[in-house]
Design a protein around this ligand. Structure first.
Ligand SMILES: NC(=O)c1ccc[n+]([C@@H]2O[C@H](COP(=O)([O-])OP(=O)(O)OC[C@H]3O[C@@H](n4cnc5c(N)ncnc54)[C@H](O)[C@@H]3O)[C@@H](O)[C@H]2O)c1
Length: 240
């Protein structure tokens, strides 16, 4: 029987590429997203869609309870859902700060809490992959501070859980991509986007499939020995 992976933000640019990669690698994939239409368009063997509002911890707990009764547990979780709100300091509205932290950090936190309970007793090394961002580390790029902070918090969660669950064989890593061509590019003005893409050493944005390949690698047996790492993918842009 296939191992079960949950992918959040499954209907987004990166999410769809991750789902495709994991299905090709033989995983049974459950995709969470708020975009019901987007999920419906992804219907295929091995993929179960669940419309979940990740801003709602109760909805997250309910979704994992349903997975438990449907599939009997979870072997892997990819916390991919997220966005980048673009108001800038010192005029970031209070509710935008709350929503940024809730979607990019708290939703992953709640998913991890629910998922680790369902990983108990499963075979082999179980996996959590958190999709972070270069924005947490590179202060030359445009990212506003609440976005950076949400991803830095996510990476600290990665390290805590990696340490906490090492002997229980749950491997937890972050992947922190730079400019990757997805609908999220829509939050940027043309000028900011053009400058950010031009700063990529290969002269082009990365493709979601290139990031998904790294997720697939961490989720494969080769990834069993990596835990607590933040893997930065940016074509070498920030090497000094
Ligand atoms: N695209 C990039 O350049 C880039 C760079 C670094 C990090 N990232 C990270 O990659 C991840 C995926 O981003 P993407 O580029 O695919 O963006 P995207 O906008 O294409 O996808 C985000 C997905 O999250 C879903 N979502 C939003 N709010 C939700 C909610 N409340 N409940 C459930 N689902 C919700 C959306 O419906 C969408 O399908 C994000 O965490 C983002 O921060 C992206």
């Amino acid at each position: 029987m296939s191992k079960v992976a949950v992918v959040t933000g499954a209907a987004g640019g990166m999410g769809q590429a991750i789902v495709t990669r994991l299905l090709a690698d033989g995983w049974a994939v459950v995709g969470f997203d708020i975009d019901a239409e987007g999920l419906a368009a992804m219907a295929q063997d091995g993929f179960a869609a669940m419309v979940v509002d990740l801003m709602d911890p109760e909805a997250i707990r309910g979704a994992f309870a349903e997975i438990n009764s449907m599939l009997g547990g979870v072997d892997a979780l990819v916390n991919n859902a997220g966005t980048c709100f673009m108001s800038d300091f010192p005029d970031i509205p209070e509710d935008e700060l709350e929503r940024q932290m809730q979607l990019n950090f708290s939703s992953a936190f709640h998913c991890c809490q629910a998922a680790v309970k369902l990983m108990t007793g499963r075979d082999g090394v179980r996996k959590i992959v958190n999709i972070s961002s270069n924005g947490a580390y590179n202060f030359d790029v445009f990212d506003p501070p609440h976005y950076r902070a949400s991803k830095a918090a996510l990476d600290t969660l990665t390290k805590d859980l990696a340490r906490r669950y090492a002997t229980e064989k749950i491997a937890v890593n972050s992947i922190a991509p730079a400019m990757t061509e997805t609908p999220l590019f829509g939050v940027l003005t043309e000028d900011v986007l053009a400058k950010a893409v031009a700063a990529m050493p290969h002269g082009r944005a990365m493709q979601p499939e290139e990031i998904a390949a790294w997720v697939g690698f961490l989720m494969s047996p080769a990834g069993d020995v990596s835990s607590g790492n933040v893997i930065i993918l940016n074509q070498g842009r920030d090497v000094r």
